[in-house]
Design a binder for this molecule. Structure first.
Ligand code: SF4
Length: 719
């Protein structure tokens, strides 16, 4: 109970992008409970993950010593080695031995094959400071832009559309601004499960009279609060959204004053939308034309209307097109740049916004400065103390001018033929688990296993770490100080509450040890002062967004919203009020045509698989499945199907089945869920024993390079 705690430490929830502020209650060096703090994103509220997902930090499977792979042990991921059997694969080592081997092998590959032979995955689960330092290591130490993280699997397509359309990948309005929205349009998101505290803002707005529209092939809990539910056929997003745009234009609901003043390319959008009347689209998407027209009118006529979306929009080969349509809908109705309106891609991970801002992406330096922009490159070469590049670039000491490979591309490059000059041979993976999170896992695991040298830094022996040559034991979130930026663009401070177990070390220390052994003279010293020094360096590189947020201010305030230009700027929760940060200052409409999913169901694989998350488990499950309360609530993998689908296939809820696609198969139990439409199966991807991504397809959106996690063909067999 709260009377018996030794101390309380303020931090941020380590799970989702909502960014709830919390207080850890600590007794005898263990977290015993978590309380919600009165943060700007949560006002004291927490969901079940924030409240109960903490004892993973004390789990006996925590990595406590560096590990080195035993000679001759094959990287046989199909052996389904469990963490409990780690001694068969690895031996314990000292930090010096493990770091010398890790950095020495990476450096040797760089010497032998050039900088493109190396790649790094950082993490949206780490702090901004870790993300910043990790990308700096890859860019200045490895020597290429082959650095990415799970944003590629998350909102990369949304960001591609937003950068192109409005000039900034971040949200225009914070979640809690839904309280000023007359209409709240939720599409391709399940906020009650995945952004639960954000969902409370939506539900409370509905209680006060706001209209929620849920557009999703799956009707989830938020549908109970919705004024209209558009349960459209999976993969028909672009057609459905174009029908809404068509209606707004045809029925003269366009905010022409706004369009004339602030929007480009309206005529092209209008010409494109002409072919998508609600009457033509209704049989395609499965929504009556009258309903489409009603929703379009309500959106356009609302005093303020806001769109919030999730991976259901972004994780398609047409993810960027989906987001382009959402931008267009807001633009032509003038629903952007004012309270209760705008575009909000709900960020998944606690720090996926911040990690992207900090440059943990292959095409941009910190603050979205393009790596192929010579001015940006010269600025960072000078800032990071490298020799300036001569005209034409390319000599050692200069930053690489070509964008690096993305997450899925790096996996392909690991399997490239020997003759490929860009074959990836060595990787450093910090806090990500691509052996669970990438599409088509048989391919991804084979790629990881075929690397000549793989260094994995994590808190558990994840599925990815099973394939490593060197495993470096890192610190869990409560064991280090650092900042994370939430979905609302709030930079928030997490404080160290515990010591790491055994010899586990803070990630920032480990990154520096690797950097120093690869020839970089880095000294960000001291556990807290080192973090502050990295933050302050990052702040200089990101002056345009976080210039007014000093470390000292964060220590005082815990949470400050950017853009924030000076010490007395309170931060700007709502942006685009006067201009868009595009080269012209205007929003650019980009029309989208329908393109089908990469793989369609057929006689052999008759069902569509949609993957996603559930309330209790987080992403690849490494933390929440080791949190005792969460694991007790959802102890096993299940696949959800509609009751009628069960009946017509002669299956019972709870039946053990095998679900297979052209790429792999898993065994798990069925769950009845009448929100999941006929002809589809929904599976969470958090369960290692039934990994949904063994089934998924690696086809990519051409702009955001995001895989199509939300659509592939599968079959079910009863066992
Ligand atoms: Fe944590 Fe997100 Fe739940 Fe808040 S809503 S407690 S940030 S998981």
């Amino acid at each position: 109970g709260s009377q018996a705690v030794d101390r309380r430490v303020d931090s941020v929830c380590p799970f989702c992008g909502v960014g709830c502020l919390i207080t850890y209650q600590i007794r005898e060096e263990k977290i015993v409970s978590v309380q919600g703090r009165d943060g700007p994103a949560n006002h004291g509220r927490l969901c079940v993950k924030g409240r109960f997902g903490f004892d993973y930090a004390h789990h006996p499977e925590r990595l406590t010593r560096p590990l080195i792979r035993k000679p001759g042990v094959p990287k046989d991921w199909q052996g389904q080695t469990r963490p409990a059997h780690w001694r068969e694969l690895f031996r314990e080592a000292s930090w010096d031995e493990a770091l010398d081997l890790a950095a020495g092998q990476l450096a040797a590959l760089r010497e032998r094959h050039g900088p493109k032979a190396l790649a790094g995955f950082g993490s949206a689960k780490g702090s901004n400071e870790e993300a910043y330092l990790f990308q700096k290591l890859v860019r200045t130490g490895f020597g290429s832009n082959n650095v990415d993280h799970c944003t590629r699997l998350c909102h990369a397509s949304s960001v591609a559309a937003l950068l192109e359309g409005v000039g900034s990948g971040a949200v225009s309005n914070p979640v809690h601004d839904v309280e000023h929205a007359e209409l709240i349009f939720v599409i391709g998101a399940n906020p009650t499960a995945n952004h639960p505290v954000a969902a409370t803002w939506m539900k409370n707005a509905a209680r006060r009279g706001s209209k929620i529209v849920l557009a999703d092939p799956r009707v989830t809990d938020i549908g109970r609060h919705a004024w209209r539910t558009l349960q459209f056929r999976a993969d028909t997003d672009v057609a459905m959204l174009n029908a809404l745009i068509h209606t707004v234009i045809e029925e003269d609901l366009v905010d022409m004053a706004f369009v004339r003043a602030r929007v480009d390319n309206f005529d092209a959008l209008k010409a494109n939308a002409a072919g998508y009347s609600p009457e033509a689209v209704a049989p395609v998407c499965g929504i009556p034309a009258q309903t489409l027209r009603e929703v379009a009118r309500a959106f356009a006529r609302a005093r303020s209307a806001m769109i919030l979306w999730g991976m259901g929009v972004s994780q398609h080969v047409h993810g960027t097109d989906n987001a382009r349509c959402l931008i267009a809908l807001c633009a032509i109705t003038g629903q952007i740049g004012k309270p209760g309106s705008g575009l909000h891609p709900l960020r998944g991970q606690n720090n996926v916004q911040g990690a992207s801002d900090a440059g943990l992406i292959p095409m941009m330096f910190p603050n979205y400065q393009r790596v192929d922009d010579p001015e940006a490159r010269a600025w960072f070469e000078n800032f990071w103390g490298l020799h300036p590049a001569p005209a034409g670039g390319g000599r050692p000491g200069a930053l690489d001018a070509t964008p690096g490979y993305t997450v899925v591309e790096i996996m392909h490059k690991a399997l490239a033929p020997e003759s490929d000059p860009h074959k990836v041979r060595g990787m450093y993976i910090m806090g990500e688990n691509p052996a669970m999170s990438d599409p088509d896992l048989n391919h991804a695991r084979h790629a990881l296993a075929s690397l000549e040298h793989l260094v994995v830094q994590d808190i558990f022996l994840t599925e990815t770490a099973w394939l490593a040559d060197v495993v470096l034991p890192a610190s869990a979130w409560p064991e280090k100080t650092g900042t994370a930026s939430n979905t609302d663009r709030m930079v928030q401070l997490g404080r160290r509450a515990l010591n790491a177990p055994g010899d586990a070390r803070p990630d920032l220390w480990i990154i520096q040890q690797i950097a120093q052994r690869m020839g970089l003279d880095w000294r960000y010293e001291g556990e807290e002062s080192g973090v502050a020094a990295v933050y302050e360096e990052m702040r200089q590189a990101m002056h345009a967004s976080i210039g007014g947020i000093s470390w000292e201010r964060l220590v005082r305030a815990s949470s400050v919203t950017y853009p924030c230009h000076s010490a007395d700027d309170p931060g700007q929760p709502i942006v685009f009020t006067e201009r868009f940060p595009t080269p012209t200052g205007r929003l650019k409409l980009v029309p989208a045509q329908t393109i089908p999913a990469a793989e369609q169901p057929d006689a052999e694989y008759p069902l569509v698989l949609i993957t996603g998350r559930q309330l209790e488990h987080w992403h690849t499950g490494s933390m929440t499945r080791r949190s005792s309360v969460l694991d007790a609530i959802e102890p096993m993998a299940t696949a959800s199907v509609h009751g009628d689908e069960l009946r017509c296939r002669g299956l019972q809820p709870g039946a053990l089945v095998r679900i297979r696609s052209r790429r792999g198969g898993v065994q798990l139990r069925l769950r009845r869920d009448d929100g999941t439409p006929h002809g589809t199966v929904f599976m969470p991807f958090a369960y290692g024993e039934a990994a949904a991504n063994l089934l998924t397809h690696a086809a990519l959106d051409p702009f955001g390079k995001i895989p199509e996690f939300k659509y592939c063909a599968v079959a079910i067999e009863q066992l």
